[in-house]
Each structure stands twice: as structure tokens, then as C-alpha cells.
Design a protein. Structure first.
Ligand code: SF4
Ligand code: SF4
Length: 442
């Protein structure tokens, strides 16, 4: 039984599962320990490494699509995968080392992806995005792939087809070279998991550009298009960036109706936030900003995720919230106002824009002459899928302590791994929002 924060956690009885080889117990899976000598913690650290490597691969895929290859990243992906092969690595320290190395490589891939986004689409700047439909036929783009969006915007220019974003495409509205297109008209829906409702509601053609796609319902599968490695039954796969079938489908579907709109603000790049550095310093030193919170990450519709909205709602007015990923949709409709011109809610972008948060944190450390863990910054992370494992290890690689994590524990972490994460990094589970805020601010 491990202690995670003040919670007692036991992952019994499924502490281990491995079916990597022909010796597997009963021909179905080793679930106590392996004939090969593999112990539960080793099996779980291998799974953890696989998750992190897959997360890095997703970012690397988008980077490669923008024409950037990096030898160090590619080499690590090969080595990291090889370390999880049957009977290669039974060494606990080595596998923890690989996890931390995955964190380091993930920082590199996020940094290169950010640079490639800026090189192609310009430095993001804040944009109030209209949420709701307008008259005219439409294409709704979901996922993370900004290059796909740009190519689609080029090909739909002058066709009368409007383009909308969904989920993690929202931050696209902040990039000058994307927002310059007048027919990028707004956003429909929120996080990835509202897609069945939203894709059903709006009679538009849908383009899924990356992960976090669900198998479609009958009501919209004939107007769903996928690209790259993304594929779901019933949808039409697009070849490269050739969108003529998608555009034809959008036209065939006819016009949407004008809806009453709400707005969401996105597009705070590191440059925008750091242009406020002197003001931020003055406000922190004048005790007008007490603490920064990075609240965000991946999100899912499971029990416990209401924590994040309540947490942000209950933060006192002298705090600033940075956010990113789908986690933002828990609270990005809130008007938190500003502190003498510094917004209290700052949307940094997609999950890979965690690197922007890191860049801001490093710059604030320089500004205040302190180490990362002495900065008045608390990270409150929501997680859902495997990219989140890569990002968590990036933060741990940087030595960030006292991260609060929820809504549930990563299932790959058994008692031994939890003990390590708690004793080394003081990783803490989400608790009660009010009590957590009180503890952090005390
Ligand atoms: S690699 Fe080891 S633990 Fe995995 S199935 Fe084979 S014997 Fe079992
Ligand atoms: S932030 Fe995470 S959960 Fe949301 S769409 Fe991106 S990868 Fe999926």
C-alpha cells in the first residue's frame, strides 16, 4: 500500500500484466511476475516508457510534417522502444533514467514544434474567437495539426465554405498566418469528448487531423474525413493534403444557420506574456500578484474533473491562471478579469504548448533570480492520454516539485513507482479545491 498525498493507494490485484512472449503464463499473460524474471515494477516502467515514447512520436510526426527532422529525437525513439522489447532491460534505475530522458526529449520536440509553428504561422497573439455557427456551408477541423488547417484554408479560399475549429484547434486562431483568412470564422463546441454531440448537431463536413477522435455515430460518419495516421471506420481517408472531396462534401451539405455567439480568448504566446515581464515583476513585488497557477493538460469526461473549474473559480483575485490543452475548457468561459492589465486567465494553446509555459517559467526565474521550485508557481495537471505521460516526465526532468495531478492516478504507476514520485517530487493527487488552495497559499 503506497501513500499518494494523504491517500492510501493500492493497485492490487492487477499489479502486473505482460504478454510479450511465448512463455507468458497460461498462454494469456503474466500477472504476478514473469518466468523471465520480470517484476511488476519493471513491466509498468516499460509501459510508462512506451506511453511517453508514443507521446513524443505524436509531436514528432507533426514536426516532420512541417519539414523538420531531428537526429537526437529519432535516435531516442528507437532506443526507448528497443528498451521495452522482450528480455532487453530488467534494470529499474535504467528504466527510470529512460523515463526522465523521455521528458528531456519531449521538451526538445515541443520546442522544435513551437519554433516550426512560429516560423510558418507567426508568433501567436491574443484573439477573441467567436463560438457558434454562421450562415454558409462549413468544414469543422478537429485535432492538433496546424499544417492541415493551413492547407485547408488555402484550398477553401474563395469557395464560400467557412472553416471552423474544434477542440485543440482553437489556438490556431492566435497565429497571424492562419487568422488572416476571413473564412476561418470561429469555433464549434469545446473539448474532444463533445465531438459526437457537436458533429451530430452541425451539418458540416468534419476533418479529423490527429488523435482524440472517437469512432463516429451513424449520423455523421459519411461526412467525416481523416488524414495521416488517423482513421476510423466509416470515414473517408484523405490522401496527403488534397481536400477536394472534403470541400465538395461541405458544399453538398448546404448552409448552417446563424447562431448567437459566445467568445473564447486564446493565442497568448511566450512573447506576448513576456512583453508584460516588467509589469509582472512590479505586481509580484508589490504583492498584487501572489501566485501563478498552471491549470490544464489533457481532459476526459470522467468523474472528478469538476475539480479544475471549482479550483479556478475559488482562486483569489491576486492570482494568475495559465492554461493549455483540453483542460482549459473546464473554465475558459470564466471572466477572471485582469490585474492592472495582466489578464488573470491566459490560454497558452495546445498541450504541446506546455513548452510555452516552461519558457515563461524559465524567464520568470531569471526575472526574479530564483530556481524553478522557488517561483510562486503551482502546476495543477489534468491528464487523459499518453502524451500527458511525456509531458509529466518533462516537468519531472526539469525537477519541478509539488505538482498536483488528477483526476485519477496514472494506472501504470504501482506502489513502488508512486513511492518514487511522491518521495522525489512530492507529486500530489487533487483533493478538495478549497483545501488545496488554502494549503498552497499558506
Ligand atoms: S516477457 Fe516475461 S513477463 Fe512478459 S510474457 Fe514473457 S515471461 Fe511473461
Ligand atoms: S489536450 Fe490531450 S485530450 Fe485534449 S485533444 Fe489534445 S491530446 Fe487529446
Amino acid at each position: 500500500m503506497a501513500l499518494f498525498g494523504n491517500k492510501k493507494i493500492s493497485n492490487e490485484p492487477v499489479d502486473m500484466f505482460c504478454y510479450q512472449c511465448s512463455q507468458t503464463a497460461n498462454g494469456t499473460g503474466c500477472n504476478v511476475s514473469g518466468v523471465c524474471g520480470k517484476k511488476p515494477t519493471i513491466a509498468r516502467l516499460q509501459d510508462n516508457l512506451l506511453f511517453a515514447v508514443k507521446g513524443i512520436s505524436a509531436y514528432n510526426y507533426h514536426l516532420n510534417e512541417l519539414g523538420v527532422e531531428d537526429e537526437e529525437i529519432n535516435k531516442f525513439l528507437t532506443q526507448g522502444l528497443y528498451a521495452t522489447l522482450t528480455n532487453v532491460n530488467f534494470d529499474l534505475e535504467s528504466l527510470v533514467g529512460y523515463a526522465l530522458e523521455a521528458g528531456k526529449i519531449n521538451l526538445k520536440v515541443m520546442e522544435l514544434l513551437k519554433k516550426a509553428h512560429i516560423a510558418n504561422y507567426g508568433e501567436p497573439s491574443p484573439e477573441a474567437v467567436q463560438v457558434g455557427s454562421q450562415e454558409g456551408s462549413g468544414i469543422l477541423v478537429t485535432g492538433h495539426d496546424l499544417k492541415a488547417l493551413e492547407e485547408l484554408l488555402k484550398q477553401t479560399e474563395g469557395t464560400g465554405v467557412n472553416v471552423y475549429t474544434h477542440s485543440e484547434m482553437l489556438p490556431a486562431h492566435g497565429y497571424p498566418e492562419l487568422k488572416k483568412y476571413d473564412h476561418l470564422v470561429g469555433q464549434l463546441g469545446g473539448p474532444w469528448f463533445d465531438q459526437r454531440k457537436i458533429f451530430d448537431k452541425y451539418n458540416v463536413a468534419v476533418l479529423a487531423t490527429s488523435n482524440c477522435i472517437l469512432t463516429p455515430s451513424e449520423s455523421y460518419k459519411n461526412r467525416l474525413f481523416t488524414m495521416g495516421p488517423t482513421k476510423v471506420p466509416g470515414s473517408q481517408a484523405i490522401n496527403g493534403y488534397e481536400f477536394s472531396d472534403l470541400i465538395a462534401k461541405a458544399k453538398e451539405l448546404g448552409s448552417l444557420e446563424n447562431e448567437e455567439k459566445t467568445t473564447l480568448t486564446t493565442g497568448f504566446g511566450a512573447g506576448v506574456v513576456l512583453s508584460l515581464a516588467d509589469k509582472i515583476k512590479e505586481l509580484v513585488e508589490g504583492e498584487k500578484i501572489r501566485r501563478f497557477f498552471l491549470v490544464g493538460g489533457c481532459d476526459s469526461p470522467i468523474q472528478g474533473t469538476g475539480y479544475f473549474r471549482e479550483f479556478v473559480e475559488k482562486l483569489p483575485n491576486d492570482t494568475v491562471v495559465l492554461t493549455l490543452g483540453c483542460g482549459k475548457y473546464r473554465f475558459n468561459d470564466l471572466d477572471l478579469g485582469d490585474i492592472e492589465g495582466v489578464p488573470r486567465l491566459i490560454d497558452l494553446g495546445q498541450c504541446n504548448d506546455a513548452i510555452v509555459a516552461v519558457d515563461i517559467a524559465v524567464a520568470l526565474c531569471d526575472l526574479f533570480g530564483v530556481e524553478l521550485n522557488d517561483l510562486p508557481l503551482t502546476i495543477v495537471c489534468s491528464w487523459m492520454e499518453q502524451k500527458a505521460a511525456a509531458i509529466l516526465w518533462s516537468l519531472l526532468y526539469l525537477g519541478k516539485k509539488d505538482i498536483i495531478l488528477g483526476p485519477i492516478l496514472p494506472a501504470w504507476a504501482n506502489d513502488n513507482i508512486l513511492n518514487y514520485l511522491v518521495s522525489t517530487f512530492n507529486l500530489t493527487p487533487i483533493g478538495n479545491p478549497e483545501e488545496d488552495i488554502k494549503r498552497i497559499l499558506s
